[in-house]
Design a binder for this molecule. Structure first.
Ligand code: GUN
Length: 294
């Protein structure tokens, strides 16, 4: 049986249409245009392309995008001063500092400096703490995108056993928390696995829903997936391929061609979780602008 594809591009496009209407309504009712400051320190090619995609997505739905590309030599003090400036700017409803940062900068200090009311990445201790407590907050974008993919594909998480592979602050920890909250898209039994997990397959084979966020290609092979499971692949691994125009191909953490033969539903890479991450950033920026009108 070949699995049904969960089409992240289509679901993301649907949500972006909804957000476009929200932006127009905010302008009509309050004269407010949502604004997102994007800060990129240095010239990492992958980060540059992510930031460009985020800014383009903002423009497409009418969000004002404030581009800040600053040199890798920027000091932590200079970066904190820039964040303080954006915290105080009423045109800006969201601040995103693209990660990773150069090694001489303390990432935790930078994230903590963002006003929680503008933390549209949902990475700050305040946002993550509220998320864990089930309180309204900015939900980090990839985890929120995963929940939306499941909900909008008709996957019921209630009572399901979800196995999350990966324990990062950006994906693994928040998505696991969301999945067991008392909420729509939650109420699951969640197991978190990571690189110290012994016999990973023993756990992944028990998953009704498997979320692969390990950050390494070929982590999930066919023998590790239960027949009929729903598989969400969060991996975005650049694998060298001289035949590809850019010299690399994007690969997920899942052996897609094999696993699609046993799963009931699966996200492709690219075109699955990726488009949702940017979409939920737009969602959070619009939410922040709405909050500013209250
Ligand atoms: N680097 C990789 N993913 C992300 C993300 O979602 N937000 C930020 N700020 N940096 C990232």
């Amino acid at each position: 049986m070949a699995a049904q594809l969960i089409d992240g591009k289509k679901i993301a496009a649907d949500i972006r249409e909804e957000l476009k209407a929200n932006v127009a309504q905010l302008q009509k009712d309050f004269g407010v245009t949502p604004g997102l400051s994007v800060i990129l320190v240095g010239e990492d090619p992958a980060s540059q392309s992510y930031v460009t995609a985020k800014e383009r997505a903002c423009q497409e739905i009418g969000i004002y995008s404030d581009d800040n590309r600053i040199p890798a030599s920027t000091t932590q003090e200079e970066l904190l001063a820039l964040i303080a400036e954006k915290n105080a700017d009423p045109r800006i409803h969201g601040i995103l500092v693209q990660l990773p940062l150069p090694k001489h900068i303390d990432t935790d200090a930078v994230i903590a400096a963002i006003d929680p009311a503008k933390d549209v990445d949902g990475f700050s201790p305040v946002s993550l703490g509220k998320l864990m407590l089930g309180q309204p907050t900015f939900i980090s974008c990839t985890p929120h995108g995963i929940i939306q993919l499941l909900l909008r594909s008709g996957v019921n998480t209630d009572g399901a056993h979800v196995v999350v592979v990966g324990r990062s602050n950006i994906v693994g920890k928040p998505v696991a928390n969301l999945l067991f909250q008392k909420a729509l898209g939650g109420n699951a039994t969640v197991t978190i696995c990571h690189r110290h997990t012994r016999d990973l397959g023993n756990f992944t084979r028990q998953a009704d829903i498997l979320v692969a966020a390990a950050g390494a290609p070929h982590t999930i092979t066919r023998d590790m997936v239960k027949s009929g499971a729903v598989v969400i692949d969060v991996g975005v691994n650049r694998v060298a391929d001289p035949t590809a125009a850019r010299g690399y191909r994007l690969k997920g953490d899942v052996d897609f061609d094999e696993v699609k033969e046993v799963a009931s539903m699966i996200t492709p890479v690219p075109g699955g979780v990726g488009p949702m991450t940017i979409t939920m950033l737009l969602f959070n920026t619009v939410l922040s602008a709405k909050n500013s009108c209250k």
